[in-house]
Design a protein around this ligand. Structure first.
Ligand code: GRF
Length: 206
């Protein structure tokens, strides 16, 4: 395969989902190239993991950039300078403005640790347990201005087991996240590449 979708991963912390994307993209036939990792925190563990895997890693400090507008301007510049076509949010904890999201609409994915539309926002595992949910999971979705509300790309389910606490449930979900995100990104990129080749219009031809 020659053409791949140039992809950046945005993180704020340990970056285990980022690592699963980098690992998947190491396969020669994977349709995305992970070109860049950007964190809004200098101390994000994922930054050194990205560098160790040979991926360019950049921290943008919002305070140093002059607040939200400065942060997003630096982010947009960093992405465009490297020819990024698609963004994967992976444990990225900063809410992006509607303006930024609109600019990247249809070009930004997120992974969320619940079966959306259930449990948008934080503390998803504890909330699922508190509700007595019997099933939980994770979702890859398109990013839209409204938090955790964009069109769903893929989901994976896990059972809630007797004796689960939030950490145990989170670990079971995370193991699924590490499979779901690479497979969802693959499908999305194959779709984008097909559309760029004009193949995408075939399915809608009348
Ligand atoms: C994951 O559970 C992801 O779904 C959520 O934040 C966590 C990030 O973990 N948005 P990691 O940094 O990818 O290890």
């Amino acid at each position: 395969m020659t053409r791949r979708i140039e992809t950046a991963v945005l993180i704020s912390g340990r970056g285990s989902n980022m690592a699963s994307l980098i690992e998947a993209a190491a396969a020669p036939d994977y349709p995305a190239r992970i070109r860049l990792v950007i964190s809004d925190r200098r101390d994000a563990g994922g930054l050194s993991a990205a560098q160790a895997a040979g991926v360019a890693a950049l921290a943008i400090d919002a305070k140093a950039a002059g607040g939200r507008a400065g942060f997003e301007a630096a982010l947009d510049t960093g992405l465009r300078q490297r020819g990024i076509e698609l963004i994967c949010l992976a444990g990225f904890m900063r809410i992006l403005s509607a303006e930024f999201v609109s600019r990247w609409r249809g070009r930004a994915l997120n992974i969320h640790p619940s079966l959306l539309p259930a449990y948008k926002g934080l503390d998803t595992h504890a909330r699922a347990l508190a509700d007595g949910a019997r099933e939980h999971g994770c979702t890859v979705h398109w990013v839209t201005p409204e938090l955790d509300s964009g069109e769903i790309v893929a989901q994976a389910r896990v059972p809630v087991l007797p004796g689960d606490d939030a950490d145990r449930l989170a670990a079971r979900v995370l193991a699924q996240e590490h499979k779901l995100y690479p497979s969802a990104l693959r499908e999305v990129c194959l779709g984008l590449l097909a559309a760029q080749c004009g193949l995408g219009s075939l399915s809608t031809a009348r």
